[in-house]
Design a protein around this ligand. Structure first.
Ligand SMILES: [Zn+2]
Length: 372
């Protein structure tokens, strides 16, 4: 098997995000193995519209309507993009105050856009194989954070534990929630779900809102699969052979005896094997059992003289509203470049804001064709 990296949850202008679907797919093809482009579809228990909630209610309803009107065409474009090294999945998102937000992911181009009250009803009635992935789970219970009481592992084999919203692992994780939907609530973390014996695997995805799937630093899903095809990646997702990374494409796996991540086994004697390979020096590896850290390895660095080096090059354009076309070239003398990893980051947008003039223009994340 090999490990593949992608983004199962991100948005663009097909609803209330920004940027075109076409550009989002082009971005994904530039640097990801797989992607799903998620349309905001419904919020069955949306707050009543009044003076305070008018802005929120209005932009959501307009976005939902846009998806409804263009669903056939959107699904077709995503289906057609499933080619030449990029695997695409279909999907859309349900906001829910009661159950927490979920996005559907499906390997079927026949996925139907249906409107229901619960994630279970959506999965049951969408006319295709699909799972419902809970995301930004650590918001307050009752306002779009996860509801561990109703969590159902049969429709949610994976949970999104990190995105632009922040890290949901536990109350003190790095990357706190700083978006305007509220703080991280310690009752709604991954740690609490595991304590309650809920069974699921981890992924990260960006939840980017301006058409830049896989934006560096906002989270990626890693999947161990036999090959880079829809079928193989989908089977791996169902088996829970996944993990989450925040930024760099850390390669890692963990086995207990011969069982892979995501498997359930019964044994009295456990041999744990793990392998981790990062782009930077590894500071620490921790092994947890029943919520307790039972082993901690600090990074060991080779003292041998190396002739191979990793170089990180950063370029950016701050908070400008218009994109800038970089024209750069990297070359090396008396040596050769063995390989390179893109760390491409889109204009950082989570959702529309009420501040006039602060929303990005349509083409803010336009991907230049010549990028190689
Ligand atoms: Zn979302």
């Amino acid at each position: 098997m090999d490990v593949f990296f992608g983004d199962l949850h991100n948005h663009c202008g097909i609803t209330y995000g920004f940027g075109s679907l076409e550009n989002a797919l082009k971005v994904a093809r530039t640097h990801l193995d797989f992607t799903s482009i998620t349309g905001h579809a419904m919020w069955p228990d949306i707050p009543a519209k009044n003076e305070d909630t008018a802005f929120i209610v209005d932009f959501h309803e307009k976005g939902f309507e846009k998806l409804r009107e263009n669903w056939t065409d959107i699904r077709k474009q995503i289906a057609q993009a499933n080619t030449d090294g990029l695997v695409t999945f279909q999907g859309y998102e349900m906001h829910s105050s009661a159950y927490g937000d979920h996005h559907l992911v499906s390997p079927s181009d026949d996925l139907k856009l249906v409107y229901r009250e619960t994630p279970n009803e959506l999965v049951r009635d969408c006319g295709a194989q699909a799972i419902a992935v809970p995301h930004h789970i650590a918001y307050v219970p009752g306002y779009r954070g996860i509801n561990w009481d109703s969590f159902d592992e049969t429709i949610s084999p994976i949970v999104e534990v990190y995105s632009k919203h922040g890290c949901s692992m536990h109350a003190d994780s790095p990357y706190p929630y700083y978006h305007n939907m509220g703080p991280r609530d310690p009752r709604n973390t991954v740690e609490q779900g595991l304590k309650r014996l809920k069974c699921f695997s981890f992924v990260a995805s960006t939840d980017h809102h301006a058409g830049f799937p896989g934006s560096y630093g906002d989270g990626l899903a890693a999947i161990w699969a036999e090959e880079k095809t829809r079928e193989s990646l989908w089977n791996a997702i169902l088996k829970g052979r996944t993990y989450a990374v925040t930024g760099d494409r850390i390669r890692g796996f963990l086995k207990v005896n011969d069982a892979w991540m995501g498997e359930t086994i019964s044994t009295s004697r456990r041999t744990v094997t793990c392998h981790i390979e990062g782009d930077s020096a590894i500071k620490q590896v921790r092994l947890y059992r029943n919520g307790e850290c039972i082993r901690c390895e600090n990074g060991k660095f080779s003292k041998e003289k190396s002739t191979r080096f990793k170089l990180r090059i950063e370029m950016g354009w701050g908070n400008h509203q218009e994109s800038f076309k970089w024209d750069g070239r990297l070359q090396i003398e008396n040596g050769r470049i063995i390989r390179g990893y893109p760390c491409l980051r889109g204009k950082s947008v989570l959702s529309p804001t009420e501040m006039k003039g602060k929303n990005p223009s349509e083409d803010i994340n336009a991907m230049d064709n010549q990028m190689q």
